[in-house]
Ligand binder design. Sequence first.
Ligand code: DQA
Length: 140
Amino acid sequence: MKLHLINGPNLNLLGKREPSIYGSQDFETYFQTLKTKYPQTSLTYFQSNSEGKLIDYLHEIGFSSDGIVFNGGAYTHTSIALGDAIRAIHTPVIEVHLSNVYAREDFRKVNYIAPACLGSICGLGIHAYELAVLHHLSLK
Ligand code: DQA
């Protein structure tokens, strides 16, 4: 089982960035822990601040990966192109957000990613990534 976790813009700063909203855990440490918890699963992590690089990566893995967990960051609320990229690939994508985007500013309620995804998890903090992994594993 090959699963891919993808983070979009500013999520490289998790742990440092607005910890009252996004928590104080850095993603790399969390990812290493996740890998040790699921040794039978091939887990790969990719992060980019660039919309085009995220689209290229989705195209690259989206026909061979068994499942994608994607946090599009702020591109969630702006990027028709990322929504189209998810529709274009074959791998099921679960969208995650650490914060509850529906309890925040109105512009975060606009979402171009969720309608293209299998499902969404938001507001449960960094734990969302593992929940999404567990769901992908349950589908195999
Ligand atoms: C986020 C929510 C987005 O609105 C925001 O732009 C982010 C992080 C989240 O994980 O809660 O960068 O995707």
